[in-house]
Design a protein around this ligand. Structure first.
Ligand code: AMP
Ligand code: MG
Length: 269
């Protein structure tokens, strides 16, 4: 069974995060995982170049996690294997007044990668059924209608050449505590510490429930969710890389045929 098969959430299944072990390593040890990740990074470089050359598909990677879950780490350790010319990373923050004057997918749609390119969402439209739900920023009716709207939106993208993979980096509450402590103990990490993270931590259970619903309702054939065990950073990175390689290889991409007769090209000395 491939990694993607082990970590994918089958459409229609009901997720219980307590049953997904954040410490899982699928039998790998750290050294093995790191050398395999290295090979995957090289392969991702080739596959991304092929995506760019073939110019038929784009890849959209959605990263979601609790605070300290490792979204930035995945970008740094996995996505940097690709050529920056074809990769666009978008971090979604609290919506601006202009963004709030539009539907919640407006800012998202603008950031979808163009054909041939890779887009990485550091947070995403899922915040609109996560933080927005947990903090009751809009009435229940408004956020609860969004799951279906998200599915329709993602289907539209998928029918238009966008391959979508969504990762939930799953850490335990205790691991979050350790990471917050580390941020406080290391002056070079103080900038990453936010008091807001402590308030959010108090809402841990509400967030876990919101994630369960988002993943259960929005893991679809055209835009699957993967739950990545993320307590071990080295396993998290490997698992994300595996799924990306499998997904891109599944597109069966080919270098385009040249529009000219190569044999007839004369290069003068
Ligand atoms: P960070 O990723 O640490 O820079 O924080 C970004 C912040 O923006 C987080 O606290 C998110 O919860 C918040 N955020 C992102 N999207 C939304 C949204 N649609 N509505 C409200 N808050 C959001
Ligand atoms: Mg933060």
């Amino acid at each position: 069974m491939s990694f993607a098969d082990r970590l994918i959430i089958k459409p229609g299944s009901k997720v219980n995060l307590a049953k997904h072990d954040p410490d899982e390593t699928c039998g790998f040890d750290k050294d093995e995982a790191e050398s395999r990740l290295d090979a995957h990074r090289k392969r991702l470089f080739e596959l991304q170049e092929l995506l760019y050359a073939e110019n038929k598909h784009s890849l959209l990677v959605v990263l979601q996690a609790m605070d300290t879950g490792g979204k930035d780490g995945v970008i740094r350790h996995v996505m940097t294997g690709m050529n920056p010319i074809g990769v666009q990373i978008t971090s979604f923050k609290k919506p601006t007044p202009e963004e709030l004057d539009h539907d919640f997918l407006w800012r998202i749609h603008k950031a979808v990668p163009r054909i041939g390119e890779v887009g990485v969402f550091n947070r995403s439209h899922y915040e609109d059924v996560l933080v927005v739900r947990v903090h009751e920023l809009v009435p229940r009716k408004v956020w609860s209608d969004r799951y279906e709207q998200i599915n329709q939106f993602e289907e539209l993208l998928s029918c238009n050449g966008v391959t979508i993979v969504k990762f939930f980096l799953h850490i335990s509450k205790n691991e979050q505590l350790e990471r917050l402590k580390a941020r406080l103990e290391d002056p070079s990490k103080h900038w990453k510490f936010s008091h807001g993270d402590l308030d959010e931590r108090k809402l841990w259970n509400d967030y876990q429930r919101a994630y369960q619903d988002a993943i259960s309702k929005c893991s679809t054939e055209h835009a699957p969710w993967f739950i990545i065990p993320a307590n071990r950073k080295w396993f998290r990175n490997l698992a994300v890389a595996e799924v990306l390689v499998e997904t891109l290889e599944g597109l069966k991409m080919r270098h385009p045929k040249p529009a000219f007769d190569v044999a007839k090209v004369v290069l003068e000395e």
